[in-house]
Design a protein around this ligand. Structure first.
Ligand code: DGJ
Length: 538
């Protein structure tokens, strides 16, 4: 991945920029306020026409849509580019970016998107064999499938280069969709069995040895034997553990060939998305779900096998959003969430993702799972993020940004940032009593000076203290609601009085190092406050 010292190209690429890795398009970093449409929507321009309008209304700047292999190559070697050409044209007409999802050999582990000439020819394209028998799922050990998928993906990328190489409507592309094996520890097709009982490839062993001091704890657990030679079982233990590493290698190795063939035609970023274990806390368990997919516990294996895939991206539908995203925030993996929830939870997730340096957020099924495209919570959040995206990008790069979310299971978050302790809780009531309170609150915090911060968010209230200083009280120097206009912050309102007070019980408050004031996000729409703090001895 290039860093800033290297010349900037206009072509989309991922680049280390100070403290963050950002997506550069046309020579500038950008944030993807994205959304994914339902699986079949992108196959019809007529069907998509009203959906583009909804996406534009909802302030998306990027749409993720599937490009199925069976429509791209209905007969072997005969390509039909209608789907990608139509999506490109319509994205441009709506001033939006497009991220194609290559639904090739696998979609959610299965092979339903393969053309019939692939599906029906099991001799040429062998399937995964599990303890349930032969499933509608190509084997990762099918050489012909790998070559056919790579040829089709290369043809798609060639088309994208021809149509978009100078325009950059497409900033990056997803390879396959949620690959992984369900229901068994590994593929039992004879070719897969043969590979499983053979020597672990040199490429993987060399990676483990070269990175021994920086391997993830999960990798060290898998490789408890520390052996450098032998079969998968010799190096990685029992069937469950060795099977998990074997399947991860098998998928990643297949996808690497496909990604490399595509990038040889047009080298924009390629990412793979991960289906996660459905319940919090089970992400590291090997389990029977999407085995071998690009999950957090096998990131090292994917890195070793698939250098052409620059990003491993979690689809997060689980409630432990922060912990899950942080698991992917390792090994310098750029953060992009291709599928997640919309509405209030989605707004909070988006703020959190950008606030910890992410490049994009994308709720799934945006046409049907958003109630109010014109002014719902996702739209309000995206509108604000887009207004201040240059500021967010600068703070990501400077490492002066953080974020927090509060919700029914965690009504308060505490963090140390910029020399202060922040106690962030759900706001107790709105200023407008007629609007019902909701469960979610969130903020992004950016430090602009020694005691100065921009806080963007809604639904929260914040109290401050000085970590480790017993007699120090932190007061609000000033609190302004601000707007970012023409590159400058302008004051909308100065907030004081009732807008910052919550208690006049000075005796108790002083004993607790509190002033009775707090920064209150009292309006139901997200907005930005400029907060200056100061400290005094009590
Ligand atoms: C996850 C898949 O990746 C999507 O394509 C879609 O099928 C959703 N699940 C459905 O909720």
């Amino acid at each position: 991945m290039p860093d800033l010292a290297e010349p900037i190209t206009l072509q989309p690429h991922l680049r280390r920029n100070g403290a963050a890795t950002q997506l550069f398009v046309d020579g500038r970093p950008m944030l993807l306020t994205a959304g994914e449409v339902d699986n079949s929507s992108g196959t019809s321009r007529a069907w998509m026409a009203p959906i583009w309008e909804k996406c534009a209304q909802a302030k998306l700047n990027t749409v993720l849509a599937a490009v199925p292999w069976d429509l791209l190559e209905p007969e072997e070697g005969q390509f039909d580019f209608d789907v990608i050409d139509g999506l490109l044209e319509d994205a441009r007409a709506h001033d939006m970016r497009l991220i194609p999802l290559w639904f090739g050999a696998w979609k959610n582990g299965l092979s339903h998107y393969c053309p019939l000439w692939v599906k029906a020819d099991q001799r040429r394209f062998p399937r995964t064999l599990t303890r349930f028998g032969n499933l509608e799922m190509l084997s990762t050990h099918s050489t012909e499938a790998r070559e056919a998928d790579a040829r089709a993906f290369a043809a798609l990328m060639r088309r994208i280069r021809e149509k978009d190489g100078g325009i950059h409507t497409i900033p990056m592309i997803q390879l396959e969709n949620e690959v992984g094996l369900n229901g068994d520890v590994r593929d039992r097709h004879p070719d897969a069995e043969k590979a499983y009982n053979s020597q672990v490839p040199r490429q993987l062993v060399d990676y483990l040895v070269a990175n021994e001091d920086n391997l993830l704890p999960e990798t060290l657990e898998f490789w408890a034997s520390r052996k450098r030679e032998g079969t998968w079982a010799d190096l990685f233990g029992d069937d469950d553990s060795a099977g998990a590493v074997f399947m991860a290698w098998s998928y990643a190795d297949f996808l690497e060939e496909v990604a490399a063939a595509g990038r040889a035609e047009y080298p924009i970023p390629v990412f793979a998305n991960a289906a996660l274990a459905p319940f919090p806390g089970t992400n590291r368990v090997h389990g029977p779900h999407a085995r071998g997919g690009p999950r957090a516990n096998v990131m090292d294996i994917w890195r070793a096998a698939a250098p052409s895939i620059e990003m491993l991206s979690p689809d997060i539908y689980r409630p432990d959003y922060e912990a899950t995203l942080q698991e992917f925030n390792r090994l310098d993996n750029p953060l992009f969430v291709p599928e997640a929830r919309p509405e209030h939870e989605g707004a909070a997730n988006a703020f959190y993702t950008f606030g910890i340096g992410g490049i994009g957020y994308s709720p799934f099924g945006v046409e049907n799972r958003i109630a109010d495209h014109a002014n719902g919570p996702m739209t309000q959040a995206y509108r604000l993020i887009r207004q201040i995206s240059d500021v967010i990008l600068q703070h990501q790069s400077a490492g002066t940004i953080t974020a927090a979310r509060v919700h029914p299971d965690q009504t308060e978050q505490q963090l140390d940032f910029g020399g202060y302790h922040w106690r962030i809780a759900r706001v107790h009531h709105w200023r407008t009593p007629k609007i019902p309170m909701r469960d979610w609150g969130y903020c992004m915090i950016m430090q602009t000076g020694p005691d100065e911060f921009l806080v963007a968010g809604t639904g929260i209230q914040i109290e401050f203290s000085k970590p480790g200083e017993e007699r120090t009280v932190v007061g609000l120097g000033s609190v302004d609601e601000v707007d970012f206009r023409f590159g400058r912050w302008e004051r909308r309102r100065r907030l004081s009085g009732d807008e910052i007070m919550h208690s006049y019980s000075h005796e108790e408050l002083n004993a607790d190092n509190q002033t009775g004031t707090m920064v209150k996000f009292w309006e139901p729409e997200p907005l930005v406050m400029r907060v200056k703090l100061y400290a005094y001895q009590k």
